[in-house]
Design a protein around this ligand. Sequence first.
Ligand code: SAM
Length: 261
Amino acid sequence: ASFGFKTVPEDQKEYLVKNVFDSVASKYDLMNDATSFGVHRLWKDAFVSQLRPGRNGPMKCIDVAGGTGDIALRILDYARENYYDRETSVDVVDINAQMLKEGFKRFKQTMYHNTPQISFNESNAQELGTEKFEDNTYDLYTIAFGIRNCTSIPDVLKEAHRVLKPGGTFACLEFSRVNNPLLNTLYDQYSFTVIPLLGTILAGDRDSYQYLVESIRKFPPQPEFARMIRDAGFATGKDVDGGAWTDQWGGIACIHTGVKI
Ligand code: SAM
């Protein structure tokens, strides 16, 4: 696919994002490993460990922009391995049917297949739908490497707030800002040369990966995103590591959390 992303108007972004993930769905997991040298796995592990799903009994979770189910699988495994919990459940939501299909295929190989612990749902993070996703339903809302692809971050946060129970947790893992200038220079070099090249070689799709790199640079820095989370009605910790957010690898990725009040 070649669609000159830089000049695309915002109102067409959703359609194009859908195309990006259509074109990369089957190679998505491979590309994640190749472009991050497997590091995305460590960040996802850190994300789920920080949330400790199942610590206070079974949780009803929703993983939005859940793609092929990386976070959902970790949540279910964490609850089972640490708390012998086989009742925590995750509803995976994604706008892209191809990604969900890959996820469904993958879960077929797991003990969660055909149990109430997992479901795959096609829907838009900005408008989950009040019929299928009722107000005050979930204990935990996760979104990993997905919110930056959405046209309106405030709309996503508003929906997250709506579907969470009061006291429920919003948690986001996303690429963020690197504050160390040297690390930032190296990271820029890597992102704008190596990643699109790997996209070409491994997935035959340079433009999609070029877009993904650009979308990372446009995402609001940590304090601004924390403010948006607060504006949506969540309580966050102080604006420092371990509070409103926790940087991973100097801010290459970052975990933001908030509690619905
Ligand atoms: N969370 C998974 C992970 O960490 O491996 C997948 C992340 S992938 C980079 C981003 C996902 O966001 C894609 O599966 C894409 O289809 C989905 N997505 C993009 N825009 C969306 C939207 N508006 N609503 C729901 N999902 C969306």
